[in-house]
Design a protein around this ligand. Structure first.
Ligand SMILES: C[S@@+](CC[C@H](N)C(=O)[O-])C[C@H]1O[C@@H](n2cnc3c(N)ncnc32)[C@H](O)[C@@H]1O
Length: 184
């Protein structure tokens, strides 16, 4: 009798683990399929150093293109009490980001939206934050040149964004770095 119950329990555990694996696989496929760059998190220790060196305030408007699960956006709000407009193509990540922002007490200052970064107008941004790949940065350089206002700041984690309209004003980190530019 006890053995029967143990076997039923064991079967249930296997079924739950199997369903869990299927859900993880679907979410992973969905993330990779939908986005131009898959989700990787910015190094949070170096992000803290970057934030120490930025000159923003509560009036600043930050755009994060490809915000993932919201860590960067939340850190900007906590540091500067600013407004953040954060978008990602992946709905699951946007939902997770919304929950995280709510738990962190920052949801009234961050607008998370599911959108394609190539369709977002960044002309109002005081700072644009990206963590993309070199080939995407090349395309974005043209977009940012056309849209970003003079003196606005552009921060790119890991990969530079080379364009004559952007002057490099800082680098933060060693092996992996933040490239900080100003629109001239
Ligand atoms: C490398 S992760 C960076 C996440 C976050 N910004 C960070 O630094 O921790 C890139 C993010 O961009 C999103 N992404 C990729 N292509 C996109 C697109 N065309 N439009 C909007 N988001 C996109 C991915 O879903 C992913 O969450």
């Amino acid at each position: 009798m006890v053995i029967d119950w143990l076997l039923i329990l064991l079967n249930l555990v296997f079924i739950v683990l199997f369903i869990r694996q299927i859900v993880i696989a679907i979410v992973a496929l969905w993330t990779g399929y939908l986005s131009d760059v898959s989700f990787h998190k910015t190094n949070q220790r170096i992000l803290a150093k970057l934030l120490d060196r930025l000159n923003l305030n509560s009036q600043s408007l930050v755009y994060e293109l490809g915000c993932g699960e919201g860590s960067v956006a939340i850190k900007f709000v906590k540091k500067f009490n600013c407004q953040v407009f954060a978008i990602d193509k992946n709905l699951t990540l946007i939902l997770v980001a919304k929950i995280r922002a709510w738990l962190a007490g920052t949801s009234h200052q961050i607008t998370f939206k599911r959108a394609d970064l190539f369709k977002i107008d960044v002309s109002r941004a005081d700072l644009v934050y990206i963590y993309m790949l070199p080939e995407i940065n090349k395309i974005l350089a043209k977009k940012f040149s056309a849209e970003m206002k003079t003196k606005a700041i552009l921060v790119s984690w890991k990969f530079p964004l080379l364009d004559k309209n952007f002057k490099e004003i800082d680098r933060v980190g060693h092996k992996n770095q933040f490239f900080v530019y100003q629109r001239v």
